[in-house]
Design a protein. Structure first.
Length: 376
């Protein structure tokens, strides 16, 4: 008796006899002697070609058969190779080392093989590839901003400096990392540290340092952390500058301290690719008892200055009066004018008429005043 098996248009049949693969069955109806099936001497395994990728525990055996090799696209990849499988123009698979098989029907397949030793992945459909689900297993992307330098480091060696934009690299190719360096001007706030001045006064000083990275390679290779290195050098330089000055000298000329720190710090920072733009003392914090003493000194100093100014003004006023008296004594006409001015000030706003004769006007005014007092 004959038995039959129906294989749909999107299926294939794998015929096995006595456990060995015999041939590939195409879509349609196939008839077999039922006696073979009853003794399990033959069997047909039906697979769905819509899945595209053909996976089978006997793949290595099956692809040796001519029919299978004609029906499948076989991709053989070495350890240093990766492949993109496109299905009808759309990315369907990213595969690694090994043997991979894909049905040629019902889709149009394209296979692209890449050597990952080149490290960088470049493709006309870069965005579509990177956004493909599961691509992070095979690819690593780096976005570099316009104000950044990015250094690509493989196994401890700098490979290249990356320009702004997106860069994509193959994953699992040694130890690969990317270090981004900000090229914009930055400010380091060196927190207050206790420093002793030359005259044994302990105080705290805060320092602001503006800097910019100009050599990214030096910033990464000369020191492990350029920002931390700059911070440490700023602390040491500030301590040395303050320690050679008395408190009075420090308070009188803070700018000179900033200038000295900048000169020394700039020389050291240039060794690891950093330019120091400016340095300034932000705060000088004194101990509580020192603040009280300093305030008393300032108060006494200001009081002495005020007293000195007052004495100078009194002396100037006395000198001016003496000069005026001398001029009046030497010039009768000037004395007469001064008398008239005095009389004008006394009679300002009063409606009074006087007739005075020749002689001493001031004396006549005094007599006139006395006569008015007697009449009253």
């Amino acid at each position: 008796m004959l038995g039959k098996i129906r294989i749909k248009s999107y299926e294939k049949g794998l015929l096995f006899r006595y456990g060995d693969f015999t041939r590939l069955l195409k879509p349609g109806t196939h008839r077999f002697w039922s006696r073979l099936w009853s003794f399990q001497q033959a069997r047909v395994q039906i697979v769905n070609t819509l899945a595209t990728e053909f996976q089978h525990p006997l793949l290595d055996v099956l692809v040796q058969h001519v029919q299978m090799r004609e029906a499948l696209t076989i991709v053989e990849l070495a350890d240093h190779e990766r492949a993109l499988i496109w299905k009808d123009g759309r990315l369907a698979y990213i595969v690694g080392p090994g043997r991979h098989a894909f049905w040629n029907e019902p889709y149009r397949l394209e296979v692209e093989v890449f050597d990952i030793n080149a490290l960088r992945f470049e493709h006309e459909k870069l965005e579509a590839t990177v956004s493909f689900p599961g691509s992070s297993k095979w690819l690593k992307g780096v976005d570099v901003a316009e104000h950044e330098d990015a250094l690509l480091i493989k196994d401890g060696e700098i490979i290249e400096k990356l320009d702004k934009g997106r860069h994509v690299f193959w994953a699992n190719v040694g130890h690969v990392e990317c270090k981004a360096i900000d090229r914009r001007e930055q400010v380091a706030d060196v927190a207050g540290q206790e420093i002793m001045t030359k005259d044994k006064v302990t105080l705290r000083v805060n320092l602001l340092v503006a800097y910019q990275v100009v050599d990214s390679v030096k910033a990464v290779t000369v020191v492990s952390d350029y920002a931390q290195a700059l911070y440490r050098e700023a602390q040491l330089t500030l301590r040395a500058a303050v320690g050679t000055r008395t408190l009075d000298a420090l308070l009188a000329d803070k700018e000179s301290v900033g200038g000295e720190v900048k000169n020394v710090l700039a020389s050291r920072a240039s060794e690891f690719g950093v330019v120091v733009k400016s340095v300034g003392l932000k705060d000088i914090i004194l101990p509580g008892e020192m603040k009280t003493i300093l305030n008393q000194v300032i108060e006494a100093d200001k009081a002495a200055q005020a007293n000195l100014i007052k004495r100078r003004e009194e002396t100037a006023a006395a000198r001016s009066q003496a000069n005026t008296a001398k001029l009046l004594a030497e010039s009768p006409a000037l004395a007469r004018m001064k008398e008239l001015e005095l009389m004008q000030e006394i009679l300002a706003g009063a409606k009074v008429s006087f007739v005075l004769g020749n002689g001493d006007i001031a004396g006549q005014l005094r007599r006139l005043t006395k006569s008015e007092e007697v009449e009253s």
